[in-house]
Design a binder for this molecule. Structure first.
Ligand SMILES: NC(=O)c1ccc[n+]([C@@H]2O[C@H](COP(=O)([O-])OP(=O)(O)OC[C@H]3O[C@@H](n4cnc5c(N)ncnc54)[C@H](O)[C@@H]3O)[C@@H](O)[C@H]2O)c1
Length: 360
């Protein structure tokens, strides 16, 4: 196999294959599963059209079924889990069947939760096809669907059998989707790896030009940060929380806009800038650090400020963050570029001032 393998340390350890080929997954599965195992590929129409053939090519030794789920975040629902159950039963699925989740984070979260529940749990493989899914959602075993009361409210920690990332699938990804993954990639550099931050800065033009050779290294290094943090803290009791950098602010922006008109990556980008202003006020970052962060995000085409928002409303929305503890807002702040800490004593006044800095 080409590419690289990193193992996630977990109650149930699993390998992450970076730079693998879709056509070669079958060869790997033959080392893990008995011949003739029933594989259920779950994907959506866009990804299915582009990549089902390549994936299926290598799966000749297995019995393969495919379920195509309609497109969109709204498909992450308990209703869709119920529909998947009906379809799987019709296809003759049993406790020995294995799910292959082919797609972005929506498919990964949905198919992963389905696998965790079907007949009390069957194995699944994450086959991420977006940058966000490669560097973030496919790694770490979190699976979930949404509920009218909030995003990802019904979920589990359910590690996959393996993660199989074929970087060439990024070639067809729309730029707006790439930006969602780039926001998480910059986040990984900011919280854990200053040399990776310099690497992105030095190669910013190639990032914007979608140079696929560059993306191989970018994706591998970003994924490695996530693997390291979830390996150190599988159930998000400590270090894994650092991955929420920029997200408490970002989620408030997304919620305020009812998840329309602002993408997740845009929310995280502005959120990281707001968090860096708060860290600046606390003396944890220098003005040069903040300027460096803003410059990079801008060059990549990510927003660093937002117009016409009410800081008090955004502050209140942050009060509903799942990560808060006993009424206290829990934030992740940088104490230098490449190093992050969890802060449990942030005061509303300083958060309000940070919001004011990014609202124009
Ligand atoms: N489980 C976790 O730890 C975790 C972490 C972060 C985000 N998430 C979840 O991930 C989801 C977002 O994932 P996403 O950003 O991958 O979005 P997505 O899954 O909606 O995919 C984005 C779009 O890109 C299309 N697409 C996917 N791969 C493509 C390809 N190779 N070429 C062309 N088009 C392609 C999809 O059809 C879709 O329209 C959210 O539901 C979020 O809650 C989960």
């Amino acid at each position: 196999m080409q590419g690289q393998r990193i193992d996630v340390v977990s109650e149930k350890p699993y390998p992450v294959f970076l730079g693998a080929k879709l056509e070669e997954l079958g060869e790997y599965l033959r080392t893990r599963l008995v011949e003739g195992t029933h594989l259920i590929i779950i994907t959506n129409p866009t990804v299915g059209e582009l990549y089902l053939d390549s994936l299926q090519k290598g799966l000749k030794d297995f019995r393969v079924s495919t379920i195509i789920v309609p497109q969109g975040e709204e498909e992450k629902s308990l209703d869709r889990i119920s529909e998947l159950t009906s379809e799987a039963i019709k296809l003759g699925a049993d406790r020995k069947s294995v799910v292959l989740a082919l797609g972005g984070g929506v498919i990964g979260d949905l198919a992963g939760l389905f696998a965790s529940l079907f007949m009390r749990g069957i194995p699944y493989v994450q086959i991420p096809t977006t940058l966000l899914a490669m560097v973030d959602s496919s790694i770490g075993g979190k699976v979930a669907v949404n509920h009218p009361a909030g995003k990802n409210l019904i979920g589990d920690f359910y590690p996959p059998l393996a993660v199989w990332s074929d970087f060439s699938t990024l070639e067809t990804l729309p730029w707006e989707e790439m930006l969602n993954g780039l926001a998480e990639t910059v986040k990984h550099a900011l919280i854990a790896d200053e040399s990776f931050l310099s690497f992105i800065e030095e190669n910013q033009e190639r990032v914007c030009q979608r140079d696929m050779d560059l993306y191989k290294e970018l994706t591998a290094r970003s994924s490695a940060v996530k693997v390291k943090l979830v390996s150190e803290d599988e159930k998000e009791q400590g270090k894994r929380m650092l991955l929420n950098y920029g997200h408490s602010f970002g989620h408030a922006l997304e919620a305020e806009a009812s998840y329309k008109g602002i993408t997740h990556g845009q929310g995280v980008s502005i959120g990281m800038v707001a968090a860096s202003y708060l860290a600046l006020e606390r003396g944890m970052l220098t003005i040069a650090d903040v300027a460096r962060t803003i410059k990079l995000l801008k060059v990549l085409g990510l927003p660093v400020e937002i117009a016409q928002k009410e800081p008090q409303k955004l502050l209140e929305l942050m009060g509903a963050d799942k990560k808060n503890h006993q009424g206290q807002k829990v934030l992740v702040l940088l104490k230098g570029l490449g190093q992050a800490i969890v802060v449990r004593d942030a005061q509303d006044e300083e958060i309000y001032r940070a919001w004011k800095k990014v609202i124009v």
